[in-house]
Design a protein around this ligand. Structure first.
Ligand code: NAD
Ligand code: DAU
Length: 356
């Protein structure tokens, strides 16, 4: 099935966040015939600065709103008649889900249900060319030991409030596809890194702490493994799946790129010593092992071969190159970092790391 048409009105949710802003930028710039509506509540994680370069494009509109507000969602569907939804809005940080699970249930589960009900209502009997694209995570599959990979048929086994809320939302999307014949698909992606990521997540947090000579808090022994993908490559994958994916299908997206946390932080220290003109080994002295995350999943690794063989996507850049580009972006955008690490971030940081 092709979802391509000359003109489309696409609702992107969570477009002011990390991955969403890369998706919005790609679609606004690559598809002038599409109109991109970016719906975002602008939580602590959403920032319109992320989209400065596209905000005045004629095929872009920002809508400030909450996906859990069904009256508001109904109103924007009535007003704009969207042809497709790319749903990224979510609470996304595992540590915050351990502190405050209910916010994750509300936004990720209820919010997704509200959007699904809106498309059910507004696309009734007219689903030709329509698509609900749900952006999800590999964490729904649980945790791996030293070997094996998550495939599209790996049974769900979420183990944190965050991943359980994402798993619930995935199930709802598939249930609406099956029961109400809403054209829908899900992609499950591994850890992203790149520009504009909020510095609560491992890589930007470490970059920021290295810049400021602050301790580098490594959970447990630092032996947990993640599969890292450059955010621009995730956005490219979403583009390919949006246009060529099959309704009802699932696509795993990954970097073919596994790293232990301690090895990433060691590499970052080395790269940043060079960039900051510090003697080699200086930043590595900041490494501090702290109390482990509760229920910390040991290893995630995605088998992304379906996406590669069926739709021809693969990562465009090596991790070393992507990481260097990311460090360069953070070093030349210290104002962006300073503006979001003031105020509420300080409070979060103290709560999360002090006395750990
Ligand atoms: P993020 O936290 O950077 O951004 C989330 C965005 O959603 C923010 O702009 C926020 O303001 C918005 N939002 C939150 N609650 C909202 C609400 N109730 N209504 C409207 N907008 C709301 O997240 P991210 O890292 O960019 O992740 C985006 C999506 O991709 C999420 O669904 C996440 O589960 C998924 N994902 C993330 C990763 C990753 O490594 N970051 C990997 C795989 C999948
Ligand atoms: O796998 C995809 C998921 O990746 C996404 O669905 C989530 O939205 C995203 O946040 C991410 O989850 P992780 O928990 O893997 O990412 P985080 O950056 O929080 O942590 C990466 C690893 O680093 C993890 O093993 C915990 C560890 N860590 C993290 C922080 C913030 C530390 O050792 N110290 C830290 O301070």
């Amino acid at each position: 099935m092709s979802h391509m048409s000359a003109q489309k009105k696409i609702l992107v949710t969570g477009g002011a966040g990390f991955i969403g802003s890369h998706v919005v930028r790609l679609f606004v710039q690559k598809y002038p015939a599409y109109h991109i509506y970016n719906l975002d509540k602008l939580t602590y994680a959403g920032n319109l600065e992320n989209l400065k370069d596209v905000e005045s494009a004629s095929n872009y509109t920002f809508l400030k709103g909450d996906i859990t507000d069904h009256g508001y969602i109904d109103g924007i569907f009535k007003a704009h008649g969207f042809d497709a939804v790319i749903h990224l809005a979510a609470e996304s940080h595992v540590d915050r889900s351990i502190e405050n699970p209910m916010e994750f249930v509300t936004t990720n589960v209820l919010g997704t249900a509200v959007l699904l009900n809106a498309v059910r209502e507004h696309w009734k009997g007219q689903t030709e060319g329509k698509l609900f694209y749900h952006v999800s995570t590999d964490e729904v599959y649980g945790s791996l030991s030293d070997d094996g990979f998550f495939t599209e048929t790996t049974p769900y086994d979420p183990r944190s409030p965050y991943s359980a809320s994402k798993a619930s939302s995935d199930h709802l999307v598939r249930a609406y596809n099956h029961t109400f014949h809403i054209p829908a698909l899900v992609s499950n992606c591994s850890n992203n890194y790149g520009s504009h990521q909020f510095p609560e997540k491992l890589i930007p947090l470490m970059i920021n702490n290295i810049v400021h000579n602050k301790p580098l808090p490594i959970y447990g022994k630092g032996e947990n493994v993640r599969d890292w993908l450059w955010v621009n490559d995730h956005a490219r994958a979403i583009d390919v799946i949006f246009h060529k994916g099959k309704s009802g299908d699932t696509y795993n997206i990954g970097g073919f790129n596994e790293w232990k946390n301690i090895d990433i932080v060691t590499l970052l220290c080395k790269v940043m010593d060079q960039k900051l003109g510090r003697p080699e080994g200086t930043s590595a002295e900041l490494v501090t092992f702290v109390k482990d995350r509760a229920g910390h999943d040991f290893r995630y690794a995605i088998d992304a071969n379906k996406l590669k063989t069926e739709l021809g996507w693969e990562p465009s850049i090596t991790f070393e190159k992507g990481l260097e580009a990311t460090v360069d972006w953070y070093l030349s955008n210290q104002e962006w970092v300073a503006s979001i690490t003031s105020g509420a971030y300080q409070q979060y940081y103290q709560q999360q790391y002090e006395g750990r």
